[in-house]
Design a protein around this ligand. Structure first.
Ligand code: ATP
Length: 729
C-alpha cells in the first residue's frame, strides 16, 4: 500500500474510528493535549532535540542560550546581527525553555525570521519532523524519532485502539501530493514543538524542548496583502522528502440534541442590525424576506432553526436566503458575527430537501451536492457543526475533512455518505486526488472567507478545484461567496468563479468593522507591550480574551510569559499539532484558560461564546485582518472591546486605514493617530494598506454606475445586468 494505509483501515474492522473522550484522556495524556501543570518534560526531549538536530544542522550551530524574558521582537532587534549562516536557535525562553536547538537552513535573514502567515494546511503538508509524538507522558520523542516510518507500524495498533496515535511519528503524505511548485510547495521541516495542547500554567521546567517553529526553506511572499509560504526548492513535497504522517483522529462531536443545538444568546444590539444599510447590486435581485416563515422552508428545517434559538433573521440572511433560493450566484459581505453561515446553509439545505439527494453510504465514490471550503481547520469544523445542526433529523449528511488529521479518518467519514462536504482546500484536493470524492453532482460551491480563499495563498488551489474533472462549470453550479471583507482586486478575481449575473449584497460598509466592538488604539512601543498587556489583563480579570500576535513563535513566547505572570493562558497557531490546537480552543471555550494567544490563524470566522476582549498585541499587516480579528468579539448583537497596541515604528502604514475603520464605525480616533495618518498620507488612498483596497461597494458598480441603498428588511435594488457593460468571464 502506498504512503497511507487508508484502504486497509477502511476495510479492516476497527474497534472504532471514534475515540471516546475518556479513553482519549486516559491514553493520550502524555502525547499532547494536556495542560501545562504537569511536570516538566523529561530531559529525553532534549536528547530528542539534539538527535533531530542532526537532521537539520548543516553549518550553523546551536546556541542553546536563554532569552530570559525578552520577547522575540526584542531579540530580533538586538540580535539579528549574529544570525548569518543560520544561527542556532537553541533557546530557553524564560522558564519554559525552548532548548531544542534548531537551525534554519539557509536562513541568513535574521534570528527571528518567521512567517506571519499561519496559512492553513501548509502546516500539515509541510510539517516535516515535528517534535511531538509518542504516547509517553512528558516524553514526546523517542520512538517517533528513531523510526519515522518504522514508528508507524508500532503505532498502528494503537491507532485503531485509541484513535490518537503519535501525531508525528509517521509520514504525512496525504496532503503533500498536489503541492508541487506553486505557493504551497514549502517543505516545512518544522520542529514544531509547540507544546502539548498545553495551557502553559507555570511550566517551570527548563529545557523542555517546546516551542512553535517555522520550518526550513521557507520564505514569505506577499500578495494581496497576505502572505504565503513558498519553498525554496519550489518542488513541494511530492516525491522527495516527506514529513511524518499524521495520525490524529479528532474526537467526534457530542451527538446528543442539547449539545448539537447549544447556542449563546443574541446581545442587546441584535435588533440594531435592522438599521444597517444594505445594498444589493446586480440584475433582478429577488426581494428580501423579513421572517423565517417567508422563506418557506420545510418543517424540519424550521424546527431546527427554532431549536437553534433563531427567531429573527439578520440582514445578511434576509437578503441572501431569497437570492440563494432563487438559484442565483452571490457574493455577500456583512460584518463579522452577523450570521453569514446560516445565510448560506439554510437555503442550500432547503434546496437539497426539495430536490432530494443522491449520495448513499454504500457508494465507494461519494458525490456531494455541496462543497464548502474555508481557510482554517477550526473554522471549517465550526461550519460543519452548523451544517449538522441545521440538517438534524433530515437525510442530508454533512462531513468535515481538514488537514492535521489522519487521511484515512477523512475517507472513512466520506464513504459513510456525504451530501455536504466541508473541507479545507488542501485536504479537499487530496481526497479528490484519491478519487473518494466525485464532483459531478456539485450544485453548490461555497467559499467562506472568500477573499482569503481567493488571495494568493489559496487562490491557485481554488482555481484547481473549479477546473477539476467533473466539476460542473460555473453556469451549471451555484457559487456563493461570503466574507466581512472583499478587497476590490479579490472581487475581480471572483468573477472567474461566479456567473456573470451574480448578485452582490453589502450589509453596511464593505470591509467595515462591527460597530458593537468598542475599539481603542493605544500607542505602545515594542518594549513596553508586555507590561501593558499584563496591566490590561489584570484589569480584565477572568473575562475571555484573545490576544493576537504576529508570529507563531511569539504566540508561544507570550503565552508562556503570561503563565509566568500567573495568568492562565493557552495558544493557537499553525505550528501546533492539530490535537493541541483543538485542545487549546476547547480550554479557551470552556473558560479553563480565559486567555488565548493566537496568530491570524484564529482571526477569521471563529465564533466563541463570550469573548469579551480582543487585544492586538501586534497589529496585523493589513486592515482586513484587523477587522476580522476584532470581530471575534461583539458577535450577534453582543458588545465587545478591542484594544490594539500601535507601535509607530512598525505600524504607521496602518494609520490611514485605521482612521477610516474607526471613523466608519463611529469610534473615537486618537489625535496622535490622525497625525500619523496625515504624515503618512498617500494620495488617492481609499482605505488601502499593502495592496488591500476596501471596496466601498460592488466593484461592478464602477462600471454600471447604478445601485441603491436599502435598510435591511426593505426592498432591494435592481441594477443593470453587468454583462451589458463588463464581462467577468
Ligand atoms: N438569526 C439569528 N438569530 C440568532 N442567532 C444567530 C442568527 N444568525 C446567526 N446567529 C448566531 O450568531 C453567531 C455568529 O454567526 P456566524 O458565525 O455565522 O457569523 P459570521 O457572520 O459568519 O461571522 P464571521 O464574519 O466572523 O465569520 C453564531 O453563534 C450564530 O449561531
Amino acid at each position: 500500500m502506498g504512503d497511507e494505509d487508508w484502504e486497509a483501515e477502511i476495510i479492516k474492522p476497527h474497534m472504532s474510528s471514534y475515540v471516546p473522550v475518556f479513553e482519549k484522556d486516559r491514553y493520550s495524556s502524555g502525547a499532547n493535549g494536556d495542560t501545562y501543570n504537569r511536570t516538566p518534560a523529561s530531559s529525553s526531549e532534549m536528547d530528542d532535540g539534539s538527535s533531530r538536530r542532526d537532521h537539520f544542522m548543516r553549518s550553523g550551530f546551536a546556541s542553546g542560550r536563554s532569552l530570559g524574558n525578552r520577547d522575540p521582537g526584542e531579540s530580533n532587534k538586538r540580535e539579528n546581527t549574529s544570525t548569518m549562516g543560520g544561527f542556532g536557535v537553541g533557546k530557553s525562553f524564560g522558564n519554559r525553555g525552548f532548548s531544542n536547538n534548531k537551525f534554519e537552513e539557509g536562513d541568513s535573514s535574521g534570528f527571528w525570521r518567521e512567517s506571519n502567515n499561519d496559512c492553513e494546511d501548509n502546516q500539515t503538508r509541510n510539517r516535516g519532523f515535528s517534535k511531538r509524538g509518542g504516547f509517553q507522558d512528558g516524553n514526546d520523542s523517542e520512538a517517533s524519532v528513531s523510526s519515522r516510518r518504522g514508528g508507524r507500524g508500532s503505532f498502528r495498533g494503537c491507532r485503531g485502539r485509541f484513535g490518537l496515535g503519535s501525531p508525528n511519528s509517521e509520514y504525512e503524505q496525504d496532503e503533500g501530493t498536489h503541492r508541487t511548485g506553486g505557493f504551497f510547495g514549502s517543505r516545512r521541516s518544522a520542529l514544531s514543538g509547540a507544546g502539548n495542547g498545553d495551557t502553559y500554567q507555570s511550566r517551570s521546567g527548563s529545557g523542555s524542548g517546546r516551542g512553535g517553529y517555522k520550518g526550513l526553506n521557507e520564505e514569505v511572499i506577499t500578495g494581496s496583502g497576505k502572505n504565503s509560504w513558498k519553498s525554496e526548492a519550489e518542488g513541494g513535497e511530492s516525491g522527495d522528502i516527506q514529513g511524518p504522517k499524521v495520525t490524529y483522529i479528532p474526537p467526534p462531536p457530542p451527538e446528543d440534541e442539547d449539545s448539537i443545538f447549544a447556542h449563546y444568546q443574541t446581545g442587546i444590539n441584535f435588533d440594531k442590525y435592522d438599521t444597517i444599510l444594505v445594498e444589493v447590486s446586480g440584475h433582478e435581485a429577488p426581494p428580501a424576506i423579513l421572517t423565517f416563515e417567508e422563506a418557506n422552508l420545510c418543517q424540519t428545517l424550521n424546527s431546527n432553526i427554532a431549536k437553534a434559538g433563531y427567531t429573527k433573521l439578520t440582514p445578511v440572511q434576509k437578503y441572501s436566503i431569497p437570492i440563494i433560493l432563487g438559484g442565483r450566484d452571490l457574493m455577500a459581505c456583512a460584518q463579522t458575527g452577523s450570521g453569514k453561515t446560516a445565510a448560506f446553509l439554510l437555503p442550500i439545505l432547503a434546496h437539497m430537501m426539495r430536490d432530494g439527494i443522491t449520495a448513499s453510504r454504500f457508494k465507494e465514490l461519494q458525490e456531494p451536492e455541496c462543497i464548502i471550503v474555508a481557510p482554517t481547520r477550526e473554522l471549517i469544523n465550526q461550519i460543519y457543526l452548523e451544517a449538522r445542526k441545521f440538517s438534524f433529523g433530515t437525510c442530508v449528511r454533512a462531513v468535515v475533512i481538514y488537514g492535521g488529521t489522519q487521511l484515512g479518518h477523512s475517507i472513512r467519514q466520506i464513504v459513510q455518505g456525504c451530501n455536504i462536504l466541508c473541507a479545507t482546500p488542501g485536504r479537499l484536493m487530496d481526497i479528490i486526488g484519491k478519487e473518494k470524492i466525485g464532483l459531478r453532482q456539485v450544485k453548490y460551491l461555497v467559499l467562506d472567507e472568500a477573499d482569503r480563499m481567493l488571495d494568493m495563498g489559496f487562490g491557485p488551489e481554488m482555481k484547481k478545484l473549479i477546473s477539476c474533472p467533473g466539476m460542473p462549470s460555473k453556469e451549471q453550479r451555484q457559487t456563493l461567496m461570503f466574507s466581512a471583507t472583499f478587497p476590490e482586486e479579490i472581487q475581480r478575481l471572483a468573477g472567474e468563479f461566479l456567473k456573470s449575473n451574480y448578485l452582490f449584497v453589502a450589509v453596511g460598509q464593505v470591509g467595515g468593522a462591527c460597530r458593537d466592538v468598542q475599539q481603542t488604539i493605544l500607542q505602545v512601543g515594542q518594549y513596553s507591550k508586555r507590561e501593558k498587556l499584563v496591566e490590561i489583563l489584570r484589569n480584565i480579570g477572568d473575562e475571555r480574551t484573545m490576544v493576537f500576535v504576529e508570529t507563531k513563535k511569539k504566540a508561544d513566547f507570550i503565552a508562556t510569559f503570561l503563565c509566568q505572570e500567573k495568568i492562565s493562558t493557552t495558544s493557537i497557531h499553525g505550528d501546533r499539532e492539530q490535537r493541541e490546537r483543538e485542545q487549546a480552543l476547547g480550554d479557551f471555550r470552556c473558560g479553563k484558560c480565559p486567555v488565548l494567544v493566537a496568530t491570524s490563524v484564529a482571526a477569521r470566522g471563529l465564533d466563541i461564546e463570550n469573548v469579551q476582549h480582543v487585544i492586538n498585541f501586534d497589529l496585523p499587516s493589513t486592515i482586513d485582518e484587523y477587522v476580522h480579528r476584532i470581530g471575534r468579539t461583539g458577535r450577534c448583537g453582543n458588545t465587545g472591546r478591542a484594544i490594539s497596541f500601535f507601535d509607530p515604528e512598525s505600524d504607521s502604514h496602518l494609520a490611514q486605514p485605521l482612521v477610516k475603520v474607526l471613523s466608519d464605525a463611529q469610534q473615537d480616533v486618537p489625535a496622535w493617530l490622525e497625525e500619523i495618518a496625515f504624515s503618512t498620507y498617500v494620495p488617492g488612498f481609499s482605505g488601502s494598506s499593502r495592496g488591500n483596497v476596501f471596496a466601498s461597494v460592488d466593484t461592478r458598480k464602477n462600471y454600471q454606475g447604478k445601485s441603491s441603498l436599502n435598510t435591511a428588511g426593505f426592498s432591494s435594488s435592481q441594477a443593470p445586468n453587468p454583462v451589458d457593460d463588463e464581462s467577468w468571464d
